[in-house]
Design a protein around this ligand. Sequence first.
Ligand code: GLN
Length: 284
Amino acid sequence: MTYRECYVQGQELLTCAGIEEAALDARLLLEHVCGTNRNDLLVHGDREVTPKQQETYQELVQKRAGRIPLQHITGVQEFMGLEFAVSDKVLIPRQDTEILVEEVLRELQSGMRVLDVCTGSGCILLSILHYSNDCTGVGVDISPEALAVAGRNAETLLRERELEYTFLEGDLFAPVEGKFDIIVSNPPYIATAVIETLEPEVRDHEPMLALDGKEDGLFFYRRLAAECGAYLNRGGRLYLEIGYDQGQAVKEMLTAAGFAEVQVVQDYAGLDRVVHGIYFGMNN
Ligand code: GLN
């Protein structure tokens, strides 16, 4: 079978299975199996694939048709132009979260101390460190399995950089010491009742721990707003990713907790996505 015939077959199967991005996923799986890139379909589509490659490809397409996320099959996801290892123990990095990182990068200066609460794969902290000069980073997560993935990503991405970073296991700020210039978090923020309405890829394969924001989805924002002051330098900044309908509620929480210049930032779809503010303490 040729490379293109494989691709067409994979695409048809994924389309029939109701996979939204059938063509893209069929191509990415084929590139994963054959070690090729997007040019190969355009330029070398008539090359024969080996029987082994064909067999492996068909197996992986079947998995994807069964609604296993593409990233769990390939083991990777690109984020901020960097490649992150993922597993079913971490939230797959989302493109929307790049807005959060970009907002942080606007204000980031050399030498700052950055804390990422609920770090998961480490995608937020590690991309901030990667694009910084000599910032120091701490990432916290309650899941030791997630921290193992984050640690692996740190080794791959920051190997040739002399950047200081630490990953700590615990519930939000529990294991954290000292103060930071920037605190960033993409906490679980989906209301429990909404989780069952999500796509099967998310609902059945991504960690509940990374999705569930409890009753109204705002559980972790309440705790972050109440607890983060003790870990921010005066004039330090907090950046939170939020769900599209949580902007106003989280803005009010931060204002009540002593933050100034609290702003809600939209993503490229025009939906509220990030809230950030500056901490001056409760007496200002
Ligand atoms: N901070 C990680 C991310 O944005 C994990 C977030 C989470 O587990 N809710 O990908």
